[in-house]
Design a protein around this ligand. Structure first.
Ligand SMILES: *[C@@H]1O[C@H](CO)[C@@H](O)[C@H](O)[C@H]1NC(C)=O
Ligand SMILES: *[C@@H]1O[C@H](CO)[C@@H](O)[C@H](O)[C@H]1NC(C)=O
Ligand SMILES: *[C@@H]1O[C@H](CO)[C@@H](O)[C@H](O)[C@H]1NC(C)=O
Length: 305
């Protein structure tokens, strides 16, 4: 799939696609790399643009537990809605994975789920933990478009953050956007003391985000864990972050065991040599001693981080 786009675009763009993420209870990493926190139960536009006359609109809303309650992806007038529990509806009909359609493919991607559009160089990856979606990534293998709107931002202007947030809210009916507060947290301090080398000058910014993320959600363990996981994976240190944060590993079905960073496509009996490349690395469940395993139905996989 990457090869398809790479043949049309600069290699550099393929190796480093523009990525926008939202995780935890409201951390947003924009396409330009800037990270901020917004606490709101209102529906938001994450990104919206038109490319080669194809419209793309990705919206989402968080629930009271801080996690995403739903994600809605509209590409080329096809609506895909992902519910808090991971159930996927395409054009109002529930679908199962893998879902192969002319316009998009939706499939299991390590312990996550990935939607790849065939009409836009766009992929969306999410992770559902049963009571909500704790992380969402939007990858664009194209240059950013000037008229973009939404929390993910646009390439051109150094905009005012408050205005960007206000303009990305879709409706304020029955929902609230709150000022973020910092909780006192020794976990945030201790956690980041291990990543100073990796984050350098941005360390204190991340400590603030960490405290904003967990304020009021100290007991909602998925909120904190989604954040720690993001940093730990980015910084790729062998440091035992799960012990400090009490974030359990994903519990893989059967004999499989969890790998923080492994092949997104694990061999199965029906597909012993899945096509993978260096980019398809994510948290995943692998076979002991590299043995292929039989196909496991998605809904038998229990969700722990
Ligand atoms: C710090 O964050 C900025 C974006 O806000 C980024 O451009 C820069 O590379 C980051 N520095 C480090 C060391 O991560
Ligand atoms: C998820 O929730 C929806 C709506 O509440 C329901 O229709 C669906 O069956 C649920 N899926 C699972 C796997 O529990
Ligand atoms: C990214 O965009 C935001 C909003 O448009 C802006 O405030 C911020 O300064 C930009 N960051 C970088 C590193 O250009």
């Amino acid at each position: 799939m990457w090869i398809y786009y790479c043949s049309r675009l600069l290699t550099l763009l393929c190796l480093f696609p523009d990525v926008c993420k939202t995780f935890g209870s409201g951390v947003v990493q924009m396409f330009n790399g800037t990270v901020f926190y917004v606490r709101s139960t209102c529906p938001f536009t994450l990104t919206r643009f038109t490319h080669n006359r194809v419209d793309c609109d990705i919206t989402m809303r968080r629930g009271k537990n801080g996690l995403l309650e739903y994600i809605e992806i509209n590409v080329n007038k096809i609506q895909t809605r992902i519910l808090y529990n991971g159930t996927i509806f395409v054009e109002q009909r529930m679908v199962s994975l893998p879902y192969d359609h002319t316009y998009q493919h939706v499939f299991q991607y390590g312990i996550n789920t990935k939607l790849r559009s065939t009409v836009l160089p766009l992929s969306v990856i999410w992770s559902s933990v049963g009571m909500g979606i704790d992380s969402l990534w939007v990858q664009l293998e194209q240059e950013l478009v000037l008229g973009m709107t939404g929390l993910c931002g646009r390439p051109d202007i150094a905009d005012d953050r408050q205005r960007l947030i206000a303009e990305s809210i879709l409706s304020e009916d029955g929902c609230q956007t709150m000022d973020s507060l910092h909780t006192k947290s020794t976990v945030c301090q201790k956690f980041f003391s291990n990543y100073i080398e990796c984050l350098q000058a941005n360390t204190s910014k991340y400590i603030t985000l960490c405290k904003e993320n967990i304020d009021g959600y100290e007991k909602e363990h998925y909120v904190g864990c989604a954040f720690y996981k993001e940093i730990a994976h980015r910084c790729q240190t062998s440091y035992a972050w799960r012990t400090l944060t009490h974030c359990p590993e994903f519990s893989c079905p059967g004999e499989l065991h969890f790998e923080e960073q492994g092949d997104a496509f694990v061999p199965t009996c029906s597909n012993p040599a899945p096509r993978t490349n260096d980019q398809d690395i994510t948290s995943t469940c692998v076979c002991p001693q590299g043995r292929p395993y039989t196909v496991i139905r998605r809904n038998t996989v229990s969700s722990v981080v």
